[in-house]
Ligand binder design. Structure first.
Ligand SMILES: [Fe+2]
Length: 213
């Protein structure tokens, strides 16, 4: 690796939009702090509860085929006070996945970590960091808690006889707010995408539920 010596060549022949020094950007402003603080005050987060019977009813509903346009059976417990963060609390969310017997997810990864807790059923996860020579199979059953670190490939598989329900804690909302929420799905470097208004995960891989396991 060497430094570029001929800097005039960097943009040679390329179509670029030039923003001249001193030109103002219409997405910027300068505020004294007495104006800034009132605008920066966030909505109060009220104590809240999500009832298990409501969660279970929603999970049962999405456990029936098909889920339009998606390949997950996943609900998120949203606190409306988190506004555009759409979290269970600011910066974090709790989700719940339900998988019918014999169902699994294709391998994927994201920049959010995931802490899982098994509420029902049994199965296993397959996880692999990109420098791991071989994947790790983590078997799980009701009551188990396990971790998938950020940016590690993983997939859930239900190899039991009943529906599996997995509670998940993730920092999706924080990463999304920072524009750092990336997905690679399905596995393959060409499939790395930033979650934004143009890309919503799980929309392009529909039909990947049934696995040969
Ligand atoms: Fe995941």
């Amino acid at each position: 690796m060497a430094l570029i010596k001929d800097v005039d060549s960097i943009l040679e022949g390329k179509k670029v939009r030039v923003r001249k020094a001193g030109e103002k950007f219409d997405c910027t402003s300068l505020l004294p702090d007495d104006e800034w603080y009132p605008k920066a005050v966030r909505t109060k987060i009220r104590p809240a509860r999500w009832n298990w019977k409501d969660c279970l009813a929603k999970l049962k509903q999405i456990a029936s085929d098909p889920i339009p346009g998606a390949d997950r059976r996943f609900i998120i417990l949203v606190h409306n006070d988190t506004e555009e963060m759409m979290g269970t609390a600011p910066g974090a969310l709790i989700g719940m996945t339900i998988l019918n017997p014999g169902e699994g997810l294709k391998p994927h990864r994201h920049t959010s970590f995931a802490i899982y807790h098994i509420l029902q059923g049994k199965g296993f996860d397959v996880m692999q960091d990109e420098d791991d020579p071989e994947p790790t199979k983590i078997e799980w059953e009701k009551g188990d808690t396990f971790l998938c670190p950020a940016w590690v490939y993983h997939q859930h598989v239900n190899d039991g006889d009943e529906q599996a329900i997995i509670l998940t804690v993730q920092d999706f909302p924080l990463l999304a707010a920072q524009r750092n929420l990336l997905f690679e799905e399905p596995r393959g470097r060409d499939n790395i995408k930033q979650v934004n208004k143009k890309f919503v995960p799980h929309r392009d891989t529909a039909g990947s539920f049934k696995l040969d396991i």
